[in-house]
Ligand binder design. Sequence first.
Ligand SMILES: CC(C)(COP(=O)(O)OP(=O)(O)OC[C@H]1O[C@@H](n2cnc3c(N)ncnc32)[C@H](O)[C@@H]1OP(=O)(O)O)[C@@H](O)C(=O)NCCC(=O)NCCS
Length: 130
Amino acid sequence: MEIRGGNPGKRLFRSDAAGTRHPGGQLGEDIGDGSFPGYICCVDGRMAGYCFGDSGSGEIVVLALLPEYEGQGTGKTLLGLMVEDFRQAGFTRLFLGCAARSHGFCRHLGWKPTGHIDDLGDEILDLALA
Ligand SMILES: CC(C)(COP(=O)(O)OP(=O)(O)OC[C@H]1O[C@@H](n2cnc3c(N)ncnc32)[C@H](O)[C@@H]1OP(=O)(O)O)[C@@H](O)C(=O)NCCC(=O)NCCS
């Protein structure tokens, strides 16, 4: 398993990963033009997961793994890399829209519910950075 940083361009993000927020449309364009830096995880040259954030707002816009790579610490690693990058960029608070199935994961990693629901019906969770 290999984690690559930086901006791989939108071509890599047309394939589906875990079926949640598919990074096409405007999201794909923002990844492609560098507005959303992030990391991808590859196994044997195949993309297994990715995490991208909005360097303007501090939103984690997508975090997803192919189902067969879940439960191995990869989601935590990808999200942790993004959090650290944004911390170093000066953010004191990050946020993300969290579907019900990933609530436990996010809570476990210290993200706090805000009670706000986004356009997709996901609750906004935030993370205060020291
Ligand atoms: C959510 C997702 C990214 C988690 O990635 P993952 O690689 O399976 O999770 P990890 O193995 O890194 O888990 C990290 C920690 O969270 C814990 N965890 C995972 N799911 C949990 C849950 N539902 N409830 C409580 N803790 C959970 C793990 O036990 C682990 O704990 P540890 O570090 O103390 O050992 C992944 O399941 C996924 O892609 N889901 C579909 C897409 C999605 O929902 N994305 C939105 C994310 S905001």
